[in-house]
Ligand binder design. Structure first.
Ligand code: ZN
Length: 193
C-alpha cells in the first residue's frame, strides 16, 4: 500500500476546485502500438474510441476554452511524455479519456483523481457521465487513486473511464456514435460547470 502524501504537498493547493483555468488538455488514452482495451463484442479498440471522444468533447467545448489534444492522431505517446506535456501549461486542467474492460457484468463510467484540487472536477465528471449512462452495475464510481496520470501532472487532472467495452450492452452503446456524442456533451458540461 503506497503511503499517501499529505494533502498540503499537492502543489500547495488547498482548494478542492481548479480555479480559473483557461486551457483544457484532452488526453485520448492509448494510441499507435498500444490499442488499450479491445471489445470482444464490437471489435472496437479503446485507442480509436478515446480519440473519437477527444474530438467530440473539443467540439462540444466550442470556444469557451483553449483546447489542446494530447494526440490528434493514432500515435503512441508514452505516459511520462503525456505528463511532461501537460506540465507545460500552468492554467490548464487535464482530462484523460479511457474506456474500461473487466468482468463481463461490470458496466458504467468511472472517474479517477488524486490531487485535492481535482476533486470538484472529478465529482462533476462522474455525475454528468452517470446521468447519461443508462445503468451502472458493480463499478467503482468515483475513485481517489494514485495513477501516473492523476498523481504526476502539476495541474488538476482527472482520468475518466467512459464505460466497459467488456459489457455486451454497454459495448453496443459505446459503438453508437449518437451515444458517444451524448457522453461527450455530458463531459463538456462537467468541464464548463
Ligand atoms: Zn485505457
Amino acid at each position: 500500500m503506497p503511503h499517501p502524501r499529505p494533502l498540503a504537498e499537492t502543489n500547495g493547493a488547498t482548494a478542492r476546485d481548479p480555479k480559473g483555468f483557461k486551457t483544457v488538455i484532452l488526453d485520448a488514452g492509448h494510441g499507435g502500438k498500444d490499442p488499450g482495451a479491445v471489445s470482444c463484442h464490437s471489435g472496437q479498440q479503446e485507442k480509436d474510441l478515446t480519440l473519437d471522444m477527444a474530438h467530440r468533447i473539443r467540439k462540444e467545448l466550442g470556444g469557451s476554452f483553449h483546447t489542446i489534444l494530447m494526440r490528434s492522431d493514432d500515435e503512441f505517446t508514452d505516459l511520462d511524455d503525456r505528463v511532461t506535456r501537460a506540465n507545460r501549461h500552468g492554467d490548464a486542467v487535464l482530462v484523460s479519456i479511457h474506456f474500461n474492460s473487466g468482468a463481463s457484468h461490470l458496466r458504467g463510467p468511472e472517474t479517477y483523481y488524486w490531487r485535492v484540487d481535482s476533486h470538484g472536477l472529478a465529482v462533476r465528471l462522474q455525475r454528468e457521465m452517470t446521468s447519461t449512462s443508462p445503468a451502472e452495475q458493480g463499478n467503482r464510481g468515483l475513485v481517489r487513486r494514485r495513477l501516473r496520470l492523476t498523481r504526476n501532472p502539476e495541474i488538476p487532472c482527472v482520468l475518466i473511464e467512459g464505460g466497459y467495452l467488456s459489457h455486451p450492452a454497454e459495448s453496443r452503446l459505446i459503438a453508437d456514435s449518437a451515444y458517444r456524442q451524448k457522453l461527450a456533451a455530458a463531459i463538456a458540461q462537467a468541464i464548463r460547470a
